[in-house]
Design a protein around this ligand. Structure first.
Ligand SMILES: [Mg+2]
Length: 325
């Protein structure tokens, strides 16, 4: 007998819908997969696609799994299904006894805390600092640029000097706007008495890599690519175009975890690992990849995504969550 493949679908609601440059995100939907062999060994995996981020749609992942007919055929998962590659790759690795994320959850100081967009960030900042975050992230490109730059300056006044702030534009800026933001960031970063802007994440749309290479060269504040490097294929493409700056990687949608690790080992890029709002199953697997790829002085992990859902799933083990679905 081969390896049994079981699939369960989940749907969870954000406590507050997320405003992104791509619109409102209300429900997080995905799949948990479980592989079980004739010896009774079990491996869990999670397929947590984000289609507007370049991964497959949930329906595509689901139909690929259904075609397997309840059995893992050891088929190769196609390149167009990176979230499926990750979920099944992790389940297979666990089944084969490869060590998953066995450590404790990373300390909060090493996790980047998320702030809501716009003026709501001002209300939540004290809470995030009290929780122990030392790196915070604020999404921009949602409101008028003049209003957001004004808010940024107020936010910086409110932050202690040792705090790092990441700005994330989700590819929503025009070149002129990106330059305006970078000039403001450089001015803030030239003052050693204030909190610093760690980087500006994905200012321009994903295909504008040469323009972002140029901006990264011209301004002091670092640029991080995120949407441009959604998958390992794209990461390799940007590397070949000459990008050597920071890259944000969401392992859950990047594709094969083994290929991602191989890329990190051979090129040692400046990586920021990030969550894709996955459940405990994908989170543990993504943290395992991050810990295998990271150096000792790695930047804060973008995994400040617990407590964002209107359920208690963050308190469950993978097996408990599986039983719940
Ligand atoms: Mg981002």
């Amino acid at each position: 007998m081969g390896i049994e493949l079981a699939v369960r679908q989940y749907r969870r609601r954000f406590v507050r819908p997320l405003h992104t440059a791509h619109g409102l995100w209300i429900w997080r939907e995905g799949l948990l997969v479980r592989l079980r062999d004739s010896l009774g060994r079990v491996g869990y995996g999670e397929i947590a696609p984000i289609p507007w981020f370049g991964s497959e749609a949930l329906e595509e992942a689901l139909s690929f799994c259904k075609v397997q007919g309840g059995e893992w055929q050891t088929a190769t998962v196609p390149a167009g299904l990176p979230a499926t590659q990750f979920g099944l790759g992790c389940a297979l690795a666990e089944l084969n006894g490869e060590r998953g994320f066995s450590g404790d959850e990373p300390a909060i100081a090493y996790i980047c805390g998320l702030l809501p967009t716009g003026a709501a960030a001002m209300e939540l900042v004290s809470q995030r600092l009290a929780q122990g975050h030392r790196t915070l992230k604020w999404k921009i490109g949602v409101q008028a640029i003049a209003d957001e730059i004004y808010l940024l300056q107020r936010l910086i006044e409110k932050l202690p000097q040792h705090i790092q702030l990441r700005l994330d534009a989700n590819g929503g800026l025009l070149i002129d706007q990106a330059e305006e933001w970078l000039a403001v960031c450089d001015r803030i970063n030239s003052d050693p008495q204030t909190a610093a802007i760690e980087h500006l994440e994905q200012p321009l749309s994903p295909d504008q890599v040469p323009a972002m290479i140029e901006l990264d060269r011209r301004y002091q504040t670092a640029i991080a690519l995120d949407e441009s490097v959604a998958t390992v294929d794209q990461l390799e493409g940007c590397w070949n175009q000459g990008w050597r700056g920071v890259v944000v990687v969401k392992p859950a949608i990047a594709g094969s975890p083994q290929r991602l690790q191989a890329f990190c080992q051979s090129h040692q890029p400046q990586m920021v690992f990030s969550s894709a709002f996955e459940t405990v199953v994908g989170r543990r697997a993504a943290l395992a990849v991050a810990s295998r790829c990271s150096s000792a002085q790695a930047p804060a992990l973008g995994f400040g995504t617990q407590g964002w859902f209107a359920d208690d799933w963050d308190t469950l083990t993978p097996a408990e969550l599986w039983d719940r679905l």
